[in-house]
Design a protein around this ligand. Structure first.
Ligand SMILES: *Cc1c(COP(=O)(O)O)cnc(C)c1O
Length: 410
């Protein structure tokens, strides 16, 4: 692995992210809020402009030249995503607005597939967008929502999961990587257990997709959801991967243009996959440019990215532990490059505001995962989430800024 990292030139990579090269409050920007959204490489930024300057047109509608070009580019992007996550078929890739939209699509469709008394299992490590849609579904159908608890390290307790699974379980939904703690969940094993109980599985992959190679067939996930904006692509588009057999079973999500075969007032028939789930004009430019982001990731290589980010994680953890009264929330054995922490009884918001004055972008708060904070009995944390364009030098800058904040606040 060490020799591979030699080919990983972070300074070269940083040159491709123009936003990083600026001062904030007079200091060079340190962007450590990658779990909220990622920055965009020049290739992505340029491709957006290029699209509008050359082929902007509506997709799937016209026979004219530009419409053909836009349609081809859009479908090409779908294929790139398919290959990137190793889906079996291109039509198993549905363009959505993002992870939240993808999860809502599945939750809304499951209204037709579950009945009163059935059970859905989620985990206590979820982002709100993988909690609320299931709560809404369960309330509507009077199904039961069960929650896998986590231990002090921030790992899901597998024995408790085993106990929750039963012949009543219809669906299990959990994240591949926790955005709040960085925990990497043993997705493949958990999916196999759900399948043994006869349940379908949705994986929220929003945090996994920018940090590790994902193979949906190897995982054997039934659904896998993620957002373009967290994987260096544009905002406003995301992906729902679904196994063909499950996408066939789900009813359409929204009605409108593009998702139909024929429309009459007597009876409307729906289009096949993937168009059945893609009503209306999509975010064409963002879909196409997501394909460019995929190319970019593949060029660097997710193995290289994961290895480099592990170094950043280890270094950041080690440096933070130099502080007295440092509390790192989430110390899972398998962890991605996210560090949630508290400094004694200093309020995360106060610390975050001071380090921002020194150019350091950290996230403060509950990270859209209030149940996790409740589980640890804390109101929120400071969070540093690293990407492959970050450096150990930036971590040193963060440590200096935190020292200053600590002095000012205590
Ligand atoms: C960001 C995130 C989401 C929500 O993604 P959107 O792009 O806001 O729809 C869901 N789950 C996890 C784990 C996330 O990190």
């Amino acid at each position: 692995m060490g020799t591979e990292i030699l080919s990983f030139d972070v300074e070269k990579i940083r040159e491709q992210f123009p936003v990083l090269n600026q001062r904030v409050n007079g200091y060079p920007l340190v962007y450590f809020d990658n779990a909220a959204t990622s920055q965009k490489p020049r290739a992505v930024i340029d491709a957006i402009s290029e699209y509008y300057q050359t082929i902007n047109s509506n997709v799937h509608r016209g026979v004219h030249h530009l419409s053909q070009l836009a349609t081809d580019a859009y479908e090409k992007a779908r294929e790139k995503v398919q290959l990137h996550i190793n889906a079996r078929h291109t039509h198993e890739i549905i363009f959505t607005k993002g992870t939240t939209d993808s999860i809502n699509l599945v939750a809304s469709g499951f209204r037709d597939l579950i009945k009163e008394g059935d059970e859905i299992i989620i985990s206590a490590l979820e982002h709100h967008s993988n909690i609320v849609p299931w709560q809404m579904l369960c309330e509507k159908i009077r199904a039961k929502l069960k929650v896998i608890p986590f231990n002090d390290m921030g790992e899901l307790i597998q024995e408790e999961y085993d106990k929750l699974l039963s012949e009543k379980t219809r669906l299990v939904a959990f994240n591949h990587i926790s955005n709040a703690l960085g925990t990497i969940n043993p997705a493949k094993e958990m999916i196999a257990k759900a399948h043994a109980a006869g349940a379908a599985v949705l994986i929220d992959g929003a945090q996994a997709i920018p940090h590790m190679a994902v193979d949906v067939q190897d995982l054997n996930a039934d659904f896998y959801a993620f957002s373009s904006h967290k994987m260096f692509g544009p905002t406003g588009v995301g992906i729902l991967y679904g196994k063909e057999k499950w996408l066939e079973k789900l009813p359409p999500y929204q009605g409108g243009g593009e998702m139909i075969k024929t429309v009459s007032f007597k009876k409307t028939t729906y289009a096949g996959l993937p168009h059945k789930f893609e009503a209306g004009t999509p975010n064409i430019e963002a879909g196409i440019v997501l394909g460019v982001a995929v190319d970019f990731l593949q060029e660097i290589g997710l193995e290289n990215i994961a290895a480099y980010e592990q170094e950043l994680l280890e270094y950041g953890t080690q440096r933070l532990m130099e502080f007295d009264f440092m509390r790192i929330i989430g110390q899972a054995e398998n962890k991605a490059s996210v560090i949630s922490f508290l400094m004694g009884d200093l309020h995360p918001y106060d610390v975050g505001s001071i380090v921002d004055k020194l150019g350091i972008a950290l996230r403060t708060g509950h990270h859209c995962a209030q149940p996790i904070m409740d589980g640890f009995n804390i109101p929120g944390t400071l969070r540093a989430s690293f990407s492959f364009y970050n450096t150990k030098g930036e971590t040193d800058r963060m440590i200096e800024a935190l020292k200053k904040a600590k002095m000012m606040l205590s």
